[in-house]
Design a protein around this ligand. Structure first.
Ligand SMILES: Nc1ncnc2c1ncn2[C@@H]1O[C@H](COP(=O)(O)OP(=O)(O)OP(=O)(O)O)[C@@H](O)[C@H]1O
Length: 377
């Protein structure tokens, strides 16, 4: 999904049918009926992925990320919607089309599809190839993949004899041998520790840059999502709430939920009056919104400045009296916890700023007006 298809303020994207998409999902629904309740795992999802684009699905546990991935893979048969892969309809509820997973030509790098420990690297990579592929061709394809992913010469080894990064390359080679253009990733790095995960993420980005495949990547790790995504898709309760490049999602979250899920944010309940001007306890925030709507005014911690009470300020900003409750030095930044009436506020200041302020100090928070965000409920 590209930024062009990004929905505005909570809408799901509406895009025209297009053969150039690697993946095109329309109106997808999937529910699970329990004994007492029905869970709407996917509640009308539209999604597109363009060639070479990595779309990351982010959202809390149970929001439908894995279900969406499984539907694209062909591991679920939804009751409504349509899925096209490289222009070919692989699923249509209306036309009763269902192409089985092994015929969808999609690579998968799922946590549950770990490398087979009893097979050599070459055997692992060759595994998804149909048995009808002659041996000579098989070996040539495997050699090409080993070369392409920078693990040539390791074909005879067993997975246990490889480093984490090499194993990742082999897993990706196995995914790419099934499909040169589309790989689905389901939390592939969730079993490794934080430090190794960071290294593997950087490596995955590098591999993608060189190999140019498109992918759909499921994670609930926000940092991972921000780092890997060309397009970040934030999901909530079976729906796509926002789809845009990560920086755009961070700077202009579609609503209060996205703002709180992607990064940290300070929020004040707010409401737009009949004239559309937003009012909240901060005073006149000079923002407008659809008349009568509810939401929040938000500001990211790094945009809050903190000065001793009474110090003159020249910027066009709101000045809010507060008490400094605590400050923590985090190397390059100082994180301050403040209280303004009943409202707790977090400020993240560059090191060297506000260092003279002690816990308990009366201060003023400076909130630049251009950094205030209107966040619909
Ligand atoms: N086989 C199933 N039977 C019943 N309910 C299911 C089944 N699979 C998923 N669900 C439910 O559907 C919803 C979406 O599940 P899904 O696994 O897609 O979420 P997720 O966003 O991937 O979560 P997580 O991050 O925890 O993996 C959840 O409420 C889940 O409990």
């Amino acid at each position: 999904m590209s930024s062009e298809a990004a929905p505005v303020q909570g809408d799901t994207p509406v895009v025209a049918a297009n053969d150039h998409f690697v993946v095109e999902v329309r109106g997808l629904r999937k529910h699970y009926a329990g004994r007492k309740i029905v869970v709407h795992a996917l509640d009308g999802v539209d999604l597109v992925v363009r060639p070479g684009e990595l779309v990351v699905l982010l959202g809390p546990s149970g929001c439908g990320k894995t279900t969406l991935l499984r539907c694209i893979a062909g591991l679920e048969r939804p009751p409504a919607g349509e899925i096209r892969v490289a222009g070919r309809t692989v699923f249509s509820a209306r036309d009763q089309v269902f192409v089985p997973p092994e015929q969808r030509r999609i690579g998968m790098m799922f946590q549950s599809y770990a490398l087979w420990p009893h097979m050599t690297v070459a055997e692992n990579i060759a595994y998804p190839l149909p048995s009808s592929v002659p041996r000579v061709q098989r070996e040539a394809r495997v050699a090409e993949m080993l070369e392409r992913l920078g693990v040539a010469g390791l074909g005879h080894r067993y997975p246990g004899e490889l480093s984490g990064g090499q194993q990742q390359r082999v897993a990706l080679a196995r995914a790419l041998i099934a499909s040169q253009s589309l790989v689905l990733f389901d939390e592939p790095l969730s079993n490794v520790d934080a430090k190794v995960r960071r290294k593997l993420r950087a490596e995955l980005r590098e591999l993608k840059r060189h190999n140019g495949f498109a992918g759909v990547y499921v994670t609930h790790d926000q940092e991972e999502a921000m780092e890997l995504a060309d397009t970040l898709v934030v999901m909530e309760a079976g729906r796509i709430v926002q789809a845009a490049p990560p920086r755009e999602v961070y700077r202009r979250p579609a609503n209060s939920y996205v703002a709180g899920f992607v990064g940290e944010i300070n929020r004040w309940p707010a409401r737009a009056g009949a004239d559309g001007r937003v009012a909240c306890s901060l005073g006149d925030v000079a923002l407008s919104a659809p008349a009568g709507t509810q939401g929040h005014i938000g500001i990211r911690p790094e945009h809050v400045r903190v000065v001793p009470a009474g110090r003159a300020a020249t910027t066009d900003a709101l000045r809010v009296p507060a008490q400094l409750e605590d400050s923590v030095h985090l190397g390059a930044r100082i994180e301050m916890r403040l209280r303004a009436g009943a409202q707790a506020v977090t400020a993240s200041l560059p090191e060297g700023e506000g260092g003279e302020l002690e816990p308990g100090a009366q201060v003023e928070m400076i909130l630049p007006r251009e950094k205030l965000l209107w966040l619909p409920a």
